[in-house]
Design a protein around this ligand. Structure first.
Ligand code: SF4
Length: 478
């Protein structure tokens, strides 16, 4: 199928990382303001099947080791093609581009970052026509409902810039469709396992009020895709019995998550960042992160380049959140989910958010409760945690009420347990140690770097066998 392509193409290359020193070329990426990938459903007579157009320089004409603005527009047509399929067809680019040896694709929509390795370039992968040929063949074989496809690659900076607002307008129109719908109105949600090649225990649960973490797939997109591609990575999840309406926990959703994560994730609560939070693969548009010093949340998005109010940057927060894990206090999210009335509803919703970058606030503020908007700090109003505390008090942010309630709580001293009672809690065979202290230096410094103060680490030792010659349990004085 790919004999005429100078490099190998296959699933084994998914997850391949290309470092800066090995890179021939970067398309889009954090250094470029203008970049996008866009799929558009078109009438049959507006698509010339197999046509590829390059606007601007081709790969071989772009200097080695540089980055460039980049746009990719894919027009599709077919009897079964409808607008609701655009988002999912577009999202499959993440998978298909990553199948190419020495080609890396990250993120989605207006946030894309693609890299071609020097090695693959030297093997002869030096034109967008190679990329287009691979994509055309993969799409046609994997999604047979696509009858016609044409692709336009744009590297001409002025043209990418010209197209960018149009692409943003089209994404916005797609996102707006599910607004106003409620989870209670539907019997099924949709699951997406597309990112399991990067995070094997991750599954996105897409509901009318919780857009996919990557911001690319709505409930409508899920429904359209599950219908035309029933064996694909997007599938129907019957909701089943409602376990917790505030946290957003459903019996059948838990069952599907358990199956798809091979037992690793037992439960998911959709609308909280604590307990059993929704997992995150790494493709999320942004993260909510708990700030223990103020008992509130900050939110940061991928394009925010500076440090957040607690001194961590997006990359550090993203590393703490990603990987298909459930990490208390870290919540991968899409910008569209922040427009949902169920955004972090179990944790206090917007009353719990204390800091966010100004540009996200500008994008979503019409969906935020109007009284909270002036009380949430941005990088323009505060730079550190001391400044944040002062700001929140001055603005009478609702979080301050939580501090006062906490201060007024009577302090109950924990009654020391007798040594015998402690011993009884741990039968001598197969016991579980609920908490344990590790000696200083037991964890590599790199693992701890950037962790906010006061964060509790949970370490799970799987199938570990620990042998002790003696177990001594000693009561200690306070
Ligand atoms: S982030 Fe979620 S919805 Fe988006 S492609 Fe990955 S698994 Fe699917």
């Amino acid at each position: 199928m790919f004999e005429d392509i100078p490099v190998d193409v296959g699933i084994i290359y998914e997850g391949e990382r290309i470092r800066g020193r090995d890179m021939q070329l970067e398309l889009g990426g954090p250094r470029e303001t203008y970049k996008f990938e866009l799929v558009q459903a078109k009438p049959m007579d507006e698509v010339e099947d197999g046509k590829m157009t390059i606007v601007g320089k081709d790969i071989k004409e772009l200097p080695e080791g540089t980055n460039t603005p980049f746009g990719m527009i894919i027009d599709v047509a077919g009897a079964e093609i409808e607008k609701d399929l655009e988002g999912v067809i577009e999202r499959r680019l993440h998978e298909y581009v990553n199948f190419i040896e020495g080609f890396m694709h990250l993120n989605q929509r207006y946030d894309i970052q693609m890299r071609l390795s020097k090695k693959s370039y030297q093997k002869g992968f030096n034109s967008f026509n190679h990329l287009g040929t691979v994509l055309l063949r993969l799409y046609k074989s994997e999604m047979p409902f696509i009858e016609k496809m044409q692709i336009t690659f744009i590297t001409e900076p002025a043209k990418v810039e010209e197209w960018y607002p149009r692409a943003m307008g089209l994404y916005e129109a797609r996102d707006a469709r599910a607004r106003g719908m409620s989870d209670d109105e539907v019997d099924v949600f949709y699951g997406c396992s597309l990112c399991q090649s990067f995070a094997p225990t991750h599954l996105c649960v897409i509901t009318p009020q919780r857009y996919a973490n990557c911001g690319a797939i709505s409930w409508f997109d899920g429904r359209a895709t599950a219908k035309v591609d029933p064996k694909g990575p997007v599938f129907e999840i019957p909701k089943g019995a409602l376990i917790d309406p505030v946290k957003g926990e459903y019996e059948q959703v838990n069952k599907v998550i358990r199956d798809k994560s091979l037992g690793e994730i037992e439960r998911v609560q959709l609308y909280t960042a604590f307990g059993y939070p929704h997992t995150s693969c790494g493709c999320f548009e942004g993260c909510a992160f708990y700030i223990p010093e103020v008992d509130g949340y900050g939110v940061v998005h991928r394009n925010y380049k500076s440090k957040t109010v607690n001194g961590l940057d997006f990359v550090t927060i993203s590393d703490l959140t990603a990987g298909g894990r459930q990490v208390d206090g870290f919540h991968g999210l899409s910008i569209e989910y922040m427009r949902s009335p169920k955004f972090l509803q179990a944790d206090g919703g917007w009353d719990r958010v204390v800091w966010m970058p100004k540009d996200i606030m500008d994008r979503i503020k019409e969906y935020m409760p109007p009284e909270i908007v002036p009380k949430i700090a941005t990088e323009e109003s505060v730079q550190d945690l001391d400044g944040l505390k002062k700001w929140l008090r001055e603005k009478s942010h609702p979080i301050v009420g939580r501090w006062k309630a906490e201060e007024e709580k009577p302090k109950e001293a924990a009654a020391p347990q007798p040594a015998q009672q402690q011993a009884q809690q741990f039968p001598m065979a197969g016991f579980t140690v609920p908490t344990m202290e590790l000696p200083a230096g037991a964890l590599p410094a790199a693992m701890l770097q950037g962790l906010p103060q006061g964060v509790t680490l949970k370490i799970i030792l799987k199938n570990a066998k620990i042998r002790a010659e003696r177990v001594i349990i000693r009561a200690e004085k306070e």
